[in-house]
Ligand binder design. Structure first.
Ligand SMILES: Cc1cc2nc3c(=O)[nH]c(=O)nc-3n(C[C@H](O)[C@H](O)[C@H](O)COP(=O)(O)O)c2cc1C
Length: 303
């Protein structure tokens, strides 16, 4: 058995170099899948655990001797990287400052974002914890205002269709069959939002992607969850911020993209994957002078 993945159907393979292994057992201690076990003072590989090796690579990363090799499920020793030294890592104060200074940005300079900078955002985002490795989340990088506006036009066409179908009288008719919050969201948020998208576009204003020079669209496979894509997008947001890119998470485009298979194909979203969240990015044309305190709607502690 293995944890299902759109590209990988086999468990990972673990091999231990018996010549260098000192049987310290750190790999067995860290293995979350119970594939490595310390048995009579010796480390053993046992693929009979419920999912087999999930190829998280923790054993390879923790082994002091470098005696472990994990392959399969998209991982190999080539993926190992030196551990960033503690002094190069963001401190809590630095991270808090980044998060406090970050604001969603909806006005951008008339300047493209270099492919290498977007590549860095993607690379940093991919290090986020998206469920069980290997991540079953994809990212489409839409570069340049022309491409972004082409996509915006197609999404807005989808909203025009939506408005033709979901007329106020139909929503009233559906009212007894849907949850109150769903009805209220449709009536008081989604429909007015769709109208705003469509009318603004007619007036030459883009309130979907805000004329951003780049969009990152995150999609997930049927074996992953929208949360995984949201984590990728949140990490991309922080990465973009750290690289001086203004950005905003955009949930307005995916619901239409999800219903337009031809467009998804053109964007390179694999069949069966669901586009669930996007991030716009570009060099900001606005600068905030102060931050703001934000809090949770509810916060309780259970001791
Ligand atoms: C899931 C999700 C979807 C969002 N979709 C949009 C959107 O489509 N358009 C938009 O202008 N802001 C959208 N936002 C809001 C902004 O990304 C941002 O969170 C909000 O404006 C608060 O930003 P601030 O902390 O910078 O004030 C979305 C946020 C989330 C988390």
């Amino acid at each position: 058995m293995t944890v299902m993945h759109s590209l990988h159907r086999e468990p990972g393979r673990v091999s231990i170099d018996e010549a260098t292994c000192k049987q310290c057992g750190q790999c067995a201690e860290i293995c979350p899948a119970d594939v490595l076990r310390l048995d009579g003072g010796r480390v053993r590989v046992d693929q009979r655990s419920p999912f087999g090796c999930i190829a998280c690579g923790h054993c390879m990363m923790v082994c002091p001797e470098g005696s472990i090799t994990v392959t399969g499920r998209g991982i190999s020793p080539d993926d190992l990287r030196p551990l960033p030294p503690p002094e190069s890592r963001a401190t809590a104060d630095q991270l808090a400052a980044l998060m406090l200074a970050r604001r969603s940005v909806r006005r951008f300079q008339d300047r493209d974002v270099a492919p290498e900078v977007l590549g860095r955002v993607v690379e940093m985002a991919a290090s986020g914890p998206m469920g069980i490795p290997p991540w079953d989340v994809g990212c489409v990088v839409i570069r340049g205002r022309d491409q972004v506006q082409q996509l915006a036009a197609e999404v807005i066409r989808g909203y025009e269709q939506f408005l033709k179908v979901f007329r106020p009288w139909l929503l009233t008719l559906l009212r007894p069959f849907v949850r109150r919050a769903t009805y209220e969201q449709f009536r008081h948020f989604i429909r007015p939002l769709a109208q705003t998208y469509v009318e603004s576009r007619r007036r030459g204003r883009d309130v979907l992607f805000y004329d951003a020079p780049a969009v990152l669209l995150f999609h997930h496979s049927p074996y992953a969850e929208a949360t995984d894509a949201a984590i990728a997008c949140t990490c991309a947001m922080l990465a973009a911020e750290s690289l001086g890119l203004g950005n905003t998470i955009i949930g307005g485009a995916p619901p239409i993209l999800q219903r337009n298979k031809a467009l998804c194909r053109r964007l390179g979203v694999p069949e069966g994957n669901t586009p669930s969240i996007a991030l716009i990015a570009g060099y900001p044309a606005t600068h905030f002078r102060r931050s703001v305190r934000r809090g949770f709607s509810h916060l309780n502690t259970v001791d």
